[in-house]
Design a protein around this ligand. Sequence first.
Ligand code: BG6
Length: 516
Amino acid sequence: MADISFKNWPFFWGVATNAFQIEGARLKGNRTESIWDDFTKKNVSVPDALNSPEREVASIAESADYYNKYKTDVNIMHHLGINLFVYAIDWTRIIPTGNFVNNEGVRFYEKAFRAIKNKAITPVIILFHWDTPMWLEKLGGIPSTKEVKKHFRFYVATVFKRLGKLCDFWLVSSENWAFAYYAYIEGLFPPNYKNDYLAFVKVLHNLNVMAAIAREEFDKAKDEGYIKARAWLGTNFDFCPGINLHNNKKLDNLYRDWNLHLLLEPLFKGTYPKVFIEFINEKKLYFKVNLRDIHYLKKHPLDWISWNFYRPQYFTEINKPLVLENEKNPSVLHSSGKYLLVWPKKFNDEKVAYTKWSWLIKPEYLLTGLKEIQKYYPDTPILIGENGCGDFDTVEVLNDGTQVVCDYDRINFLKSHIQQVMKGRAEKLNIVGYCVWTYCDIFSPSAGYRKRYGLVRVDFEDKKLHRYPKLSYVWYKNVIDSDGKTLKEINDKSLTEQFKLIAKPENWDRIIKYMK
Ligand code: BG6
């Protein structure tokens, strides 16, 4: 176990992003295909109306081309002032087939993370974000226990050995629930299995075993001097705090077991909540969590938690009348089959706020969720690893050519969530930092390029994929400069003035190209 004391550290203000959504160069540098390359090539679908929230699936071959533009991006991030950069690297770039280590892929990450470190930004590396190499998928993918154990061990051992010196904060995988659910039950993410409950439970379990494998290799790499003794290994997880529409304690516990305990207990305590085993039995799945795995998990717990918070979820008993239901978003049965997830129009007479993609906006649940996690993991450091607002952005071009995106809704979203972070800090919760999802516009798995998340606009129509600051970029810069004390209003004149100055083409070009 690592030394996980952090109380005297400065707070981390960062951004987070992920290889298949930003990197491009998908077939460059000896890389082969992953399941997201395959999926986005075969399922292209672009809705007619520009501002339609309907799902867009578009090519990720180039995306924002971080692979070729990382130097520019590092300059921008440095100007923004962040001190943390969370990046999910690409397994396929490093291991493009079986046992072959691709030096060119490794060298790309060495260069990119070195550039980050040279600007005094601390990198956090995520090892797996839903993007299984196609060669492994053909062998059965993540549900295929034997293959995945062997190949993931080889991959992580390679990464720790080759990139270990560049990073002290590691996360094994991203959003295990989202991957297992959307890829193996809903069929929305590759490999697009539908209602395959056996694969679903295997994926959830194998991702935990993969974390234990990573832990074992991580500790070896420490002993061999590839990684610093004080380095941390953790998980990046997706917990949506629950809002119970009926005051039903039993249902509350059930919700917590499925949404919180199932995701953390195996990784930190080596145990599963009863609901998981009951589910396997009820569904008569040909799968057993064997004792050997349990011992292995117990022996290899993780150090820290990165929590991605976008929204809470309303839930209710299956047979209760759903008077509040919003016709546009019918309720859905949770995969446990034990309760419904609901998108109400109103709650307690208050209109419920949603993003344009019907994601609930309730910032106060960031603090509620933090407290809930800390209640069960009182000594574990917690990073807010992702928080952001997907929106259609409108671009105005000023007379001098300045391109302007006044993303007021995004600023209001970030502001209300950062206020909760600041409350958490004031209450001395174990929160080590906060990251905006995401640095620049990228491919969104649920909505392609029309769902923009970036603080920095990417002009996807322009061959050069030019970057421009949005108003939220300047707003977040003020937050960082003041360590969270300055949360400017959208109509604050000083914000607009500062924005105009930074966005002026000659000034912005200097930031992009010439910053040392
Ligand atoms: C997170 C994922 O759950 O949600 C990201 O880690 C994703 O990969 C983000 O981009 C937002 O989701 P979406 O589908 O709106 O892009």
